[in-house]
Ligand binder design. Sequence first.
Ligand SMILES: Nc1nc2c(c(=O)[nH]1)N[C@H]1C(S)=C(S)[C@@H](COP(=O)(O)O)O[C@H]1N2
Ligand SMILES: [Mo]
Length: 327
Amino acid sequence: MPEEDLPKAEPEAEAAPPPAQQELDAEVRRESARRSRRSFVAAGAAAAAGYGFYRWIGGSEVVGRQPLPLRKAYDANAAISRAIFHEGNLAPTYSRGKAVADLRTNGFYGLGSELVPESWRLQLVGVEDPRKHPQYADDVTAWNYEYSADGSAGSERAGGMTPQAHRRGSGEAGPSASALAPGTPGLLLTMDDLRKLPHHDLVTEFKCIEGWSEIASWGGVRLTDLIAAYPPARLADGGLPRYVYMETPDGDYYCGYDMAAARHPQSLLAYEMGGKPITRWHGAPLRLHMPIKYGYKQIKRIGLIAYTDVKPDDYWTKLGYDWYAGL
Ligand SMILES: Nc1nc2c(c(=O)[nH]1)N[C@H]1C(S)=C(S)[C@@H](COP(=O)(O)O)O[C@H]1N2
Ligand SMILES: [Mo]
């Protein structure tokens, strides 16, 4: 599908989604309204805390003429409003000719050993009524990803360790607190399953927080279409889980997202770059491209996608970076 097929204005301008999808959309809107009401209540409570609150600020360390607690609240509020503003909007798109031939590569956690392509599966967890799908497995964590002996150029930049010597979560941030417990049921999807979803092309600017950005051309399926095809299980109160969590097969890199960001129409599970299959260092066979956020949220070589109502662990958030990573 040409990039023109992706909505350019309002996501609502799309052809009417199927009823199940409409219901999901309405649910997401209700949930976000509920949450903004909740943040008003929180702001009111903070204002009402009054004297004690100001004394606490007065007695604290000063950062750039702003007391530290104020500065932190300011940063957090700015990040949240940026995220909410941009998540309702679309990132600019470009013509194919504007894209670089090959995007820079950066960040190699979780890509340390060469993955045998045929051994790749997408573990999908938190799905409603998983047993009705032919891809059901009663323990997705038992899936065996195979790695080949790695003599490839550049493998040392990812640690170059042998799969045998590998411990899950061996990156700087350590193991994920959201890793699945053994015995977790779910689905094991193949690339063919993913290719059955509608294909989209997207030419957008990729921004790394380290200070570089390049226009790249991506092809793949929208995360929102995957979520619609394999909808999340309802919570006890009938609502939908608020988050999506993703991990590399070896558990070394992991990211968490709000459901609204995951369902943004430009959040793409990419298997192509520049019209060709995505390469190892860009995250073969499947990586996330999310142009409303910085590169560190765009996880390469996805092994697991889980719907969850518990705020997921996130590699760079753990190391002090912003959860929203909004632009
Ligand atoms: N698995 C994995 N995904 C990752 C990273 C990583 O270290 N490991 N780094 C992130 C960061 S910080 C950036 S900027 C982008 C870079 O993507 P690229 O190499 O395709 O340009 O990947 C993101 N996804
Ligand atoms: Mo980055």
